[in-house]
Design a protein around this ligand. Sequence first.
Ligand code: NAD
Length: 361
Amino acid sequence: MTKRWNVAVIGCGIGKSHIAEGYAKLPDKFRVLAICDLDQNRLQTIGDEFSVERRTVSFDDVLHMDDIDIVDICTPPTLHVAQSIAALEAGKQVICEKPVAGSLAEADRLIAADKAAKGRLMPVFQYRYGNGVQKAKRIVDAGIAGKPYLATIETAWKRGAKYYEVKWRGRWDTELGGVLLTQAIHAHDLLTYLMGPVASVFARTATRVNPIEVEDCAVASLEMKSGALASLAATLGSQNEISRLRFHFEHVTFESGREPYAPGNDPWQIIPASAEVEASIAAVLRDWKPVGPRFEGLMEAYHAALESNGPLPVLLSDARASLELVTALMASAESSELLTLPIGKDHRNYSSWRPRELAAS
Ligand SMILES: NC(=O)c1ccc[n+]([C@@H]2O[C@H](COP(=O)([O-])OP(=O)(O)OC[C@H]3O[C@@H](n4cnc5c(N)ncnc54)[C@H](O)[C@@H]3O)[C@@H](O)[C@H]2O)c1
């Protein structure tokens, strides 16, 4: 018999999907006891839809609720660090939406708070879930794929005026970045999830689709620590929305599904180099148990990690790596230079990845 963990969801935009796709699908593992939002309409609609009686506009109230085990932060980006630290200090388990922080300096502050706390913080990367990506991960981790050669990562989504009606979006001060930070961060996490850390980047960014401050188109050329190469392309101006990831290894090529918001789902093409490799793949997948997509898969893995006190399915170090990549891409695009990782504390972008003329504002 495992514990049923009590959750409070803070922010009911994507927070609603955490409930609908995640907690509500796993009723023996989680119970949403409280929701918190400044918007009374959202509180009422979502509270009614998911039968959550406790509704509050006060984040502090939630921290004082002794029966809440997990505080799930889904508020706009600039609130993440302060709310995460406050929830950790209140002794809660914490989940935080991306981006967990607005700079590497802030991410390090969060890591220190997490180390000192009783609970642990799990960043959100739900695109890691779904049968396709999890099968690929198992094959790679088993050593069957071999040497990584090259990856191509496309995030081709569409955003227009309606999306940017929400005040915090589109601005450096409040969204903290554009397509690289807000949308393509998921696919870029999948690159490092399957092919390991990044060594250097050369990037270009542009704002071409919407009248916003932050970038909405980006391309980049990467060298991975392994020596493999990767190309990234991200736009918010695609007329048909897709995510598409192709990973070429010595013994296997993987191609993701194209569902824009669930590229981890089957069907993935898994193409072995030989009959022998095909047999190894079949052997390693013989006992495959289906993995839920997106928040269902993530929250199920999270529950198992809480129960066993084992590693969380997404680590703060993973979120930091994704932000280090964002920092490097922004710095390279601004300077038109190749940028080598890691980005140390003495790098001028350690405390802000915003373009230089805006960093002081
Ligand atoms: N993982 C994903 O796929 C995914 C998808 C969408 C958004 N996000 C991230 O989730 C975060 C929220 O995005 P969104 O699209 O849901 O935004 P949103 O503006 O639709 O929703 C945020 C909600 O937070 C509420 N809020 C603001 N300040 C608050 C406070 N102090 N206390 C309680 N509630 C407060 C707002 O009233 C609003 O309802 C962003 O960081 C975004 O990047 C992640």
